[in-house]
Design a protein around this ligand. Structure first.
Ligand SMILES: [Zn+2]
Length: 469
C-alpha cells in the first residue's frame, strides 16, 4: 500500500510546477492520504504461524523450526525464526510440534453429487447401474436442494484441509460457478473452486433409457451435447456465459478428434484449459491428438501414449477412487447385496489393485506430469466428503508412489496444472495463505493427510486442534 503516499508526493511535485498556490489544502490532502494508508495497513492483519517443521513439496526440504508471516490473505515471509523480524502487532499462532504443508488441492471432484449406491437388484437392471440412478435423481430434484448439498460438501472438504478444488461437472447448469462465487463472497465456507460448469459429452454417454419426450430437457440440465464441430464450439461458449474456469469433456468412441480440437481451440481462445475424461486407449488417443491440457483417469493408457503426453506437456490426473475395495466400503453395511456379489467384488479387488499399481508405476517411470483427484461423488458412510477425498489421495502411497510424490500430486503439481502455480501449491511469499498442519511426519506416514489438525485459507483459520494452551 505505498501508492497513496507516492501519489501524494507526485501531486505535490505537480503542484510545485503550478507554483503551489494553496499549500494548506495540499497538506490536508497529504495528511488524508497518509491516514488512508495507515488505515489500509491496519485493515490487513498480520499473523505469525509457528511450527516445528515445514515441508516444501517442490524440493522435499524440511525447514525446522519455521515461522510464516502472513499479511491479510497472503504469505509475506517464510523462514527460520531467527531470520524473520516479527512485527509487534502480529498475532501469533503456535502449532507446537506440528508439520506445516501447503493447503491441499483436489484436482478432480464433484461437489454436487452424493450418490448412495442402490441395492444390487437395482444395479443389475441398468447399464452403469451404480451411478446413473443417483445422478438422474440429482438432476431432476430441486436445484436449490442440490446447491445446499454442494455447500455442505464444500465445507467438509475445507475442514479436511482441501483449500482448492477443480469441480469437473455434475453440478447442474451453474451450481459450481455460483458456489465458487458464494464462497468468494463469504456467504458459505469452502475451498477455492475452479468450476467447469456443464460437462461436454456426446449423445449416448452416461445415460440411456430416458423418456424420449423428456430426454433432452433432462440432459441439458447437466450436460452440453457435442454433435459436430460447430456444436462443440457453441458448448464452450455456453459454459463461458456462466463464467467457468475450465472446460470438462468426456471422451468416448463417439467423440472425434476434430470435435475435441474445436473445443480446445475455442477454450484456449478464452484462456480456459480443457480437462478430458478418458478411460480407454482410443479415447486417450483422441484427447492427446486434439491437444487436451489434462487427461483424467487414463486407466488404459499405453507406454507410447505416456511418452506422447510427456512430450506435449499434458497432465495426467490419477483418480485412485476405487483402489482397494472402495465399492465394498461405500456399500457396507447399507446396501442389500447377495453374498455372491460380495464375494465377486472381494475377489476382484486384488486384481484391480495390481492393475492400478502398475499404472502408477508406469506413470512415474514415464516422466509425464501428474496430479491427483478424488473423483469423489459418492456417499461414504461414516466419513465426511473431505475425509473420503483425503482417504483417496493416500491410496497412491499404497500403489508404491513415494509419500513426497503423493503430496506433490495434491499441492505443487496440481497448482501448476490448474495454471495457479503463482498463487497456491507451496508456502512461499506472495502466495495465498492456504496452510494445513498435521501432528506427525507425513513423509513417514502419509495417512497424516487424513488427520489434518489445522487449516488456514486466505489467512483465515478454518480449524485449529493444535492450539497451545
Ligand atoms: Zn469425475
Amino acid at each position: 500500500m505505498q501508492i497513496p503516499i507516492r501519489q501524494a508526493f507526485e501531486f505535490l511535485e505537480h503542484s510545485r510546477l503550478t507554483r503551489m498556490r494553496n499549500i494548506p489544502t495540499l497538506l490536508l490532502v497529504l495528511l488524508a492520504l497518509v491516514s488512508v494508508q495507515l488505515n489500509a495497513q491496519a485493515a490487513a492483519p498480520l499473523t505469525l504461524v509457528k511450527a516445528a517443521r515445514l515441508l516444501d513439496p517442490r524440493t522435499g526440504n524440511v525447514l525446522a523450526p519455521v515461522v510464516v508471516l502472513i499479511e491479510g490473505d497472503k504469505i509475506k515471509q517464510v523462514g527460520p525464526p531467527s531470520r524473520i523480524t516479527v512485527p509487534v502487532n502480529a498475532k501469533t499462532i503456535d502449532l507446537g510440534s506440528a508439520t506445516l504443508l501447503p493447503g491441499l488441492i483436489d484436482s478432480h471432484t464433484h461437489l454436487f453429487l452424493d450418490i448412495i449406491v442402490p441395492p444390487e437388484a437395482e444395479i443389475r437392471r441398468h447399464e452403469n447401474g451404480e451411478f446413473a440412478p443417483g445422478m438422474l435423481l440429482a438432476i431432476v430434484e430441486s436445484p436449490s436442494k442440490r446447491a445446499l448439498i454442494g455447500a455442505q460438501l464444500a465445507r467438509e472438504d475445507l475442514q479436511s484441509g482441501i483449500t482448492t478444488v477443480r469441480n469437473l461437472g455434475h453440478s447442474g447448469i451453474d451450481g459450481d460457478t455460483e458456489l465458487r462465487d458464494a464462497i468468494k463472497a463469504g456467504r458459505v465456507p469452502g475451498p477455492r473452486i475452479l468450476a467447469s460448469g456443464r460437462k461436454l459429452i456426446t449423445r449416448g454417454e452416461y445415460v440411456q433409457n430416458l423418456n424420449p419426450t423428456l430426454a433432452d430437457v433432462i440432459l441439458q440440465q447437466e450436460f452440453l451435447l457435442i454433435d459436430g464441430t460447430d456444436r462443440a464450439r457453441e458448448a464452450v461458449r455456453q459454459n463461458e456465459f456462466h463464467n467457468v474456469d475450465v472446460i470438462k469433456v468426456s471422451a468416448d468412441e463417439n467423440l472425434t478428434v476434430p470435435e475435441l480440437a474445436a473445443v480446445v481451440e475455442e477454450a484456449h481462445r478464452q484462456h480456459l484449459k480443457v480437462a478430458v475424461h478418458a478411460i480407454d486407449t482410443a479415447s486417450i488417443q483422441t484427447a492427446i491428438d486434439a491437444g487436451a491440457d489434462s487427461i483424467e483417469h487414463c486407466n488404459f493408457v499405453t507406454d507410447e501414449q505416456l511418452t506422447l503426453m510427456r512430450d506435449k506437456g499434458i497432465f495426467l490426473v490419477l483418480t485412485p477412487t476405487f483402489y482397494n475395495g472402495f465399492f465394498l466400503k461405500i456399500t457396507e453395511p447399507s446396501i442389500v447385496m447377495s453374498s455372491a456379489m460380495h464375494a465377486e467384488e472381494a475377489a476382484s479387488v486384488g486384481r484391480r489393485n495390481e492393475r492400478y499399481a502398475q499404472l502408477v508405476q508406469r506413470v512415474l517411470k514415464s516422466g509425464v506430469k501428474f496430479a491427483a483427484g478424488s473423483d469423489m461423488c459418492w456417499f461414504y458412510p461414516g466419513k465426511t466428503r473431505g475425509q473420503a477425498s483425503s482417504a483417496t489421495f493416500v491410496k497412491l502411497r499404497q500403489t508404491g508412489m513415494s509419500a513426497l510424490d503423493v503430496i506433490r500430486a495434491v499441492t505443487v503439481n496440481a497448482a501448476e496444472m490448474l495454471g495457479w502455480g503463482d498463487r497456491i501449491g507451496t508456502i512461499e511469499p506472495g502466495k495465498f495463505a492456504d496452510l494445513v498442519a498435521v501432528a506427525g511426519d507425513p513423509i513417514a506416514d502419509i495417512t497424516e493427510l487424513e488427520r489434518v489438525r489445522f487449516v488456514m485459507k486466505d489467512g483465515q483459520v478454518v480449524r485449529n486442534e493444535l492450539r497451545s494452551h
